[in-house]
Each structure stands twice: as C-alpha cells, then as structure tokens.
Design a protein around this ligand. Structure first.
Ligand SMILES: [Zn+2]
Length: 242
C-alpha cells in the first residue's frame, strides 16, 4: 500500500522512496508525492531519479489496476527502465507547474460549487482547463460566475482538510447537511475539504492553501449538455505556463 504523502501536504514537490514493484502498470513506490488520477483530478507527471543519477520521466499516475492501495507511476512511452529495479531508492519529483495548475483549478471548482447550489454530475480537472457538470435546468451566467470566483479569490479564504470518522459524521447530521456533496460511506473515515466560510465537502484531491492562490480563473464556456445538465468550463486568464 503506497503511503500517500500528497493527502496531508499538497505542497510537497518531492520525496525519497523505495521501489516495491515494477510491472506493465508502472513503477510502484512505498511512498509518493504523485497524485493518481481520481475524483476528476488528472494524475501527476514528473520524474524518478536513482541515487546513481538514472532518470525516468513519468507521464501519468494511476491507482494500480490490480494492486489495491498501490499507486502506479506510468513511465513515458518507450522509456528505458534498465537502471531501475525493485528495492532501489529513488527521488520522486512532480512536475510543479502542472500540479499547481491542478490545485488552482481544483480549488476553483469548490468555489463554483459554492456559487451554483446544485448537485454535481461530473468533474474533470487538467492543467489546461477544468469542467464541472451541474444537475440543473436553469441557465447560468458566465460573467456573474467569473465575478463570483474573483470575489472569493480576492477574499482570501483559508483552505484546509480534516479527517472525520463515520461515527463523528453520524453524531453531526448538520455537518453532513451542510456539505455540498454527500460523503462516501464504508471507508471508516472521510477526508473533508473546507474552504472557510465558503464550501465544505468530502474530497481527496489536492488544493491550494488559500483561495488567493487560485489567481485569475475565469469561466470560458457554459454548455447545455442535456435538459438537466449545465457544464461550466474554467480557464486561466493568463497565458498557460510552459
Ligand atoms: Zn477538492
């Protein structure tokens, strides 16, 4: 089971780790800073480097398909892995600008949830855009949402996570009612993401530490995907980094 360092500290860019498995899914480490695709958020890219200096570029990160709890670091297609073996120590380093984009967009999707009080049907967060599908039939106003996000960014709300046991959830029905998304059950504990005074919901993804770090995120498009689905697409106002 890979230790998920990104769950406690999304600002960590690198860690040392030991290779515990290598197979067609990728390279598995005993601990990692790489976030695997999930909850709508894209997997991290980056690199693994051995103590001798051999390097492999990691193109993506996935939950391992057949090893429950393990995370697979997916090498770039055609990568040479001859210098890597189970038991080796490596330094794992993520692509920081790509992750920063994921964290800014991901946090912005929580701000959208606060602005659009309807259930979410789907979510996709990449380094270039984010989109959120709301289950609703009413029209949405692009400018009003962009301004709403800008206001919440300017207000600089702290962002933090907490782990809550199911017993605590059961004892606080008001807490569950206040969440914009209902918590999953049966896992023993739930990771809850709070944007102080703005949004509270179960979420396992990576976020910036304050809404001010979201920066200039704008609504680029609103689409009517179906009679009961409105899709909101977010982009950065500034040109994409590298
Ligand atoms: Zn989140």
């Amino acid at each position: 089971m890979t230790e998920e360092l990104f769950r406690e500290d999304a600002a960590l860019l690198e860690c040392t780790a030991t290779i515990v498995a290598m197979d067609e899914a990728g390279i598995v480490l005993d601990r990692t800073v790489f976030y695997p695709l999930g909850g709508g958020q894209a997997g991290d890219a980056g690199e693994l480097r051995t103590e001798a200096g051999a390097l492999v570029v990691i193109a993506d990160t996935r939950k391992h398909p057949v090893r429950p709890g393990d995370i697979a670091h997916v090498p770039q297609p055609g990568a040479y892995l001859g210098a890597f073996a189970v038991g080796m120590r490596v330094t794992a380093r993520i692509d920081a600008p790509r992750r920063q984009a994921h964290m800014r967009f991901h946090t912005a999707t929580h701000l959208l949830c606060a602005l659009v009080p309807h259930p979410v049907d789907g979510c996709s967060i990449t380094a270039g855009y984010a989109r959120l599908d709301f289950h609703m039939s009413e029209p949405l106003d692009k400018e009003a949402l962009t301004q709403g996000i800008a206001r919440l960014v300017a207000e600089a709300h702290p962002v933090r996570h907490n782990w809550i046991s199911e017993a605590e959830l059961d004892a606080n029905p008001g807490l569950v009612r206040s969440m914009s998304v209902q918590p999953p059950r049966g896992l023993g504990r739930v990771r809850v993401l709070e944007i102080e005074g703005v949004d509270l919901q179960p979420c396992g993804g990576t976020h910036v530490a304050n809404t001010s770090e979201v920066g200039a995120v704008i609504v680029t498009k609103i689409e009517k995907k179906s009679a009961m689905t409105r899709r909101v697409v977010l982009g950065f106002a500034e040109p994409a980094a590298g």
